[in-house]
Every structure is written in C-alpha cells, then in structure tokens.
Design a binder for this molecule. Structure first.
Ligand SMILES: CC(C)(COP(=O)(O)OP(=O)(O)OC[C@H]1O[C@@H](n2cnc3c(N)ncnc32)[C@H](O)[C@@H]1OP(=O)(O)O)[C@@H](O)C(=O)NCCC(=O)NCCS
Length: 192
C-alpha cells in the first residue's frame, strides 16, 4: 500500500516535471521566426487526421495522446507536406530548455518523421527536415537530436546527408528489443 503510494507520487512528480519542461519548451517557440516552402504547412486541426493516418501506417509503437500533445504544444515546429491538399509527409520536433550555469539554451528533438510510401524517394523527407533545420538555425536552437533504429537505412542515410552524426548505440529506445542510434547535429554549423 505504502509502496504503491510512493510509486504514484514519484510517477506524478516525473510527469509534472515533464509537463513543466514541455510548457517551458513551448514558450521558447513563441515569436518563432519562419522560413517559407509553398508545399509545407504547420500541423493544425485541418491536417491532423492526414498526419495521424501516416503516423499509424508507419509506426508500431503508437501513442496518439503524446503525438497530438506535441503537435499542440509545438505548433511552430511541426510540419506537414501537402500534395494538392493531401498530407503526404510530416515531421514533428519538440523544443526543450537546457540549463547551464549562465545560460538557458534551446535544443530540439526530432520526435517523428514519415513520408507516404507512394511518395518516397522524391525528396519530401529531405525538404521537411531542411525546413525544420533552417528554422532551428534562425531561432538559435543549438542542437537537434533524434533516435533511429540501426536497421532503418533510408532514414540513417537521409540524416547523415543533412549533417547528423551518430553519437552512440542504445537499446530499447525505438521499441522493445530494438537497437537504435542517437544522432545529433548543430543547426548553426549547417549550411542548410
Ligand atoms: C525515411 C523517410 C522519411 C525518407 O523519406 P523520403 O521522402 O523517401 O526521402 P527523400 O526522398 O527526401 O530522400 C532523401 C535521402 O534519404 C536517403 N534515402 C531515402 N530513401 C532511401 C532508401 N530507400 N534507401 C536508401 N536511402 C534512402 C537517400 O540518402 C536520399 O538522398 P538521395 O536520393 O540523394 O541519395 C521515409 O522512408 C519514411 O517515411 N520511412 C518510414 C518512417 C520512418 O522510418 N521514419 C523515420 C523514423 S526515425
């Protein structure tokens, strides 16, 4: 009984810490400076159903609540690629603060990226990521990180092309029993 209570309090504390970090990160995207790409829009309620369709088609570890929460908190850094009104790709970044002795830095994580299987190999994934990286640079985000399965060669090649480097290999982050790479890049040093 006491153990359960302690565990609940601990979980509650972790969740409220996470929520306050999210809220802080979201505040850091106010007055966000944008770049234009005529085919890319921000993820809003008009395109959410199409984005969720792609999310479900491409991933097995589904968490709709988390996904839509990131899209709502980080409306400035969640992008959808449209072809004649149809959502054919999306990428979702969230921004979080990193506190140092004298500064608060902005860092970002690529939370999810997918392109409709019928539209792959035409540069859509690259355009979505380039837009994100360009805006991170414009808004002084110091680092973008991501996790990718070590077997996902198309995605790894795409990330490498855009200047991401592998930091380390980890277990169970991309799904139970899966090995993945943690990768990162510094938008300020990238000629996007
Ligand atoms: C990864 C993904 C987003 C790439 O989207 P895409 O629009 O097809 O990618 P692009 O056409 O922009 O390709 C850009 C680069 O990615 C790499 N790439 C893309 N598809 C590839 C493939 N099938 N094999 C090898 N490399 C590939 C190439 O380096 C390519 O550049 P190049 O053609 O000049 O060599 C897409 O394959 C996808 O949605 N996969 C399923 C979801 C997923 O794995 N998401 C990433 C999770 S971390």
């Amino acid at each position: 009984m006491v153990d359960q209570l302690v565990s609940k309090v601990r979980t509650g504390k972790r969740q409220s810490l996470k929520a306050s970090r999210l809220a802080f990160g979201s505040l850091m995207t106010k007055k966000w400076r944008t770049s234009t790409d005529p085919d890319i829009t921000r993820i809003n309620s008009d395109v959410m159903a199409g984005v969720l369709r792609l999310y479900h088609e491409n991933f097995t570890e589904i968490n709709d609540r988390m996904f839509t929460m990131y899209c709502r908190f980080f409306s400035e850094t969640c992008y959808a690629f449209l072809d004649r009104g149809k959502v054919v790709g999306y990428c979702v970044f969230f921004v979080k603060p990193v506190f140092s002795y004298s500064h608060i830095y902005k860092t970002a994580t690529l939370y999810s990226l997918a392109v409709d299987s019928e539209y792959r190999g035409h540069g859509i994934g690259e355009r979505l990521l380039r837009k994100g990286i360009r805006e991170m640079k414009l808004n002084s985000v110091s680092c973008i990180s991501l996790y990718v399965s070590t077997e996902n060669m198309p995605a790894i090649r795409l990330y490498r092309n855009l200047g991401f480097r592998i930091l380390r290999e980890l277990d169970d982050v991309c799904g139970p029993g899966l090995k993945c790479y943690e990768m990162d890049m510094k938008p300020g040093q990238n000629p996007v």
